[in-house]
Design a protein around this ligand. Structure first.
Ligand code: SAM
Length: 250
């Protein structure tokens, strides 16, 4: 029984499954965590590249299917849970991979940014992938781009057509690789920094001056030469510079 509300679009192209597994486990891993294993198409490939797989699936029918299908393989732990509530950190530092349920792509990306992990490989909507890897000054560049860039280097690996799935989704998809990094942005409070970036992008077409005046006071913002710019023109480094000057307490 298919449950479209749970974003159930199963990958049926072996070559694509193989490429995702290889991106998640370029060399042998002790453990890999899979989000939304479905019927186990990707899980099977991951088990060839890792000593253990923890697979978190919310649909009880699929959990039962997986437990029956892989009954002879103790290296797979099927966890029946909502991935957003499962607490992935409990399994320690491990790559995270999944053909994601698209209705919760953003909260999964947000959750991933809070984890300590070597890499994440996600199959997501192409439109979201474009936003993740966008360059400043382009249409797709926005809060999500900067938010994820603080946490990781993002790379678009390859695109996936709807025909690679059953049933086919209505949109094109793409595989992205997120590689966490420690940037020295000289920012004491990353949460406040991201709040600041959020304010900058509040109305995308407005200037920074207009977006920030309400929050930081008109006088302070008026005196600032870059105020005429729009958020979409600034790189991560420029946001950090601005935050230190404008919003971070001395
Ligand atoms: N990995 C499989 C494949 O590639 O064929 C299935 C991918 S399908 C796009 C997404 C999977 O995520 C489905 O199995 C769905 O039941 C599961 N899922 C949906 N919401 C979830 C949630 N909140 N937590 C865990 N899994 C979820």
């Amino acid at each position: 029984m298919l449950r479209p509300k749970l974003g159930q679009h199963f990958l049926v192209k072996g070559a694509i499954l193989e490429r995702i597994a290889a991106a998640a486990c370029p060399s042998r891993e002790n453990l890999v965590i899979e989000i939304g294993p479905g019927r186990g198409a990707l899980t099977e490939r991951l088990l060839q590249r890792a000593d253990r797989v923890v697979a978190v699936e919310v649909d009880p029918y699929l959990v039962a299917h997986l437990r029956a299908r892989f009954a002879g393989d103790p290296r797979l732990q099927v966890v029946h849970a909502d991935v957003l509530e499962a607490g992935l950190a409990q399994w320690g530092r491990a790559p995270v991979v999944g053909n994601l349920p698209y209705y919760i792509t953003s909260p999964i990306l947000e959750m991933t940014a809070a984890l300590d992990l070597p890499r994440a490989v996600f199959l997501i909507q192409k439109e979201v992938a474009d936003r993740l890897v966008a360059r400043p000054g382009t249409r797709d560049y926005g809060f999500l781009t900067v938010r994820m860039a603080v946490f990781a280097e993002t790379r678009l690996c390859f695109q996936v057509k709807p025909s690679a799935f059953h049933p086919p989704p209505k949109v094109d998809s793409a595989v992205v690789l997120l590689q966490p990094r420690r940037l020295d942005l000289d920012i004491a409070d990353p949460t406040r920094f991201l709040e600041f970036v959020g304010h900058c992008f509040r109305h995308k077409r407005k200037t920074l001056r207009n977006n920030l005046a309400e929050v930081y006071g008109k006088d302070r913002v008026e005196a600032w030469p870059e105020g005429k710019l729009r958020a979409e023109q600034l790189s991560l480094g420029q946001f950090a510079d601005l935050f230190r000057r404008l919003a971070q307490p001395e």
